[in-house]
Design a protein around this ligand. Structure first.
Ligand code: UDP
Length: 329
């Protein structure tokens, strides 16, 4: 049987690169695409020698051409950390809207099944906890996060429209906070921020009073959930995340314990529209996909800490998240 041909956008990013590994392990032919604005070729360089892997340096906001047949398209190109979309808001809007439109057109032309990476951010600052897929969200369209949140909401709408109007086979995963090796140490997210600070011997910067909650999913669990969703026949959005919820202050305490740092937590201004709570309701993933997370935070954090410690010193020293709050001004 011939290999399935899979296009993965955002392939050099954190999640994209893990998806490349997964589809290579499934003996697919992987066509990886990235414009490398936030992605890093080091995440996929081990795949370049394979005959069933190819890479295109391309921005999917522009017309996308892929020769040959395609079975699956996974659209994972997008800045995904608050600091990134505050720095490059227009690209963030374009890749979620124009990029998705181009790829849906490609899926239609190739009769490929397309899975889009949506996000818990479409729930905004949620007034219900945990968030089920039926919750419509509470998003500030004109706030700093609006460029990401609204691009992702539009992405879901246009994907459903291509499904119902054009009959394209589509899948929508709503991804909650995910972590693991290949996350960028300087992307401003809380987990690399805290671990990076601990490694450099700096205080841990807690935004606000640290009472806001998040629920962290280890990357291998997320990839398994995405893979199952792609192969399922369910076209509506499915939350994939780990429902184990923790406050940011407690999370800081866990990182202090894990790393053995002698530093303390210091409190900074809370960024605009920072969600107060976030936890996935994963009933759908459990019942439709038979999926639930397997890796505990303790286990996942240990692996991630080892990964960050193994990075070259210049990456550990390179930080630009310190001025995060100034982007909100
Ligand atoms: N946060 C923090 N210190 C940091 C970075 C982030 O306290 O150095 C907080 C942030 O305000 C938010 C939570 O940690 O409440 C998670 O932030 P992150 O940027 O990782 O992603 P989000 O879930 O907000 O998209």
């Amino acid at each position: 049987m011939s290999r399935k041909r899979v296009l993965i956008t955002g392939a050099a990013g954190f999640l994209g690169s893990h998806l490349c590994d997964r589809f290579i392990a499934e003996d697919c032919h992987v066509i990886a695409m990235d414009n490398l604005i936030t992605g890093d070729l080091r995440n996929i360089e081990h795949l370049f020698k394979l005959e069933n892997f190819e890479f295109y340096h391309h921005d999917v906001s522009k017309f996308v051409h892929v020769p040959g047949e395609l079975d699956y398209i996974l659209h994972f190109a997008s800045p995904a950390s608050p600091i990134d979309y505050l720095k490059i808001p227009i690209q963030t809007l374009k890749v979620g809207s124009l990029g998705t439109h181009n790829l849906l057109g490609l899926a239609k032309a190739k009769k490929a099944r397309m899975l889009i990476a949506s996000t818990s951010e479409i729930y905004g600052d949620p007034s219900v906890n945990p968030q089920p897929e039926e919750y419509w969200g509470n998003v500030n369209t004109v706030g700093p996060r609006g460029v990401y949140d609204e691009a992702k909401r539009f992405q879901e709408s246009i994907t459903m429209a291509y499904h119902t109007f054009h009959g394209v086979e589509t899948r929508i995963v709503r991804i909650f906070n995910t972590y693991g090796p290949r996350m960028r140490l300087n992307d401003g997210r809380v987990l690399p921020a805290f671990i990076g600070q601990a490694i450099r011997g700096e205080d841990l910067t807690v935004f606000g009073d640290g009472s806001q909650t998040r629920s962290f999913c280890y990357v291998s669990d997320l990839i398994e959930g995405i893979y199952r969703l792609l192969l399922s026949d369910y076209a509506y959005p499915v939350n994939i995340g780990n429902p184990s919820e923790i406050t940011i202050k407690e999370f800081g305490e866990e990182i202090i314990k894990l790393t053995g740092t002698k530093q303390k937590m210091v409190y900074k201004e809370l960024p605009t529209d920072d969600p107060k709570q976030r936890r996935p309701d994963i009933t759908k993933a459990r019942t439709i996909l038979g999926w639930e997370p397997k890796v505990s935070r303790e286990e996942g954090l240990k692996i991630t800490y080892e990964y960050f410690k193994s990075l070259p010193q210049e990456l550990i020293d390179k930080i630009d998240h310190k001025d995060f709050t100034t982007y909100n001004k």
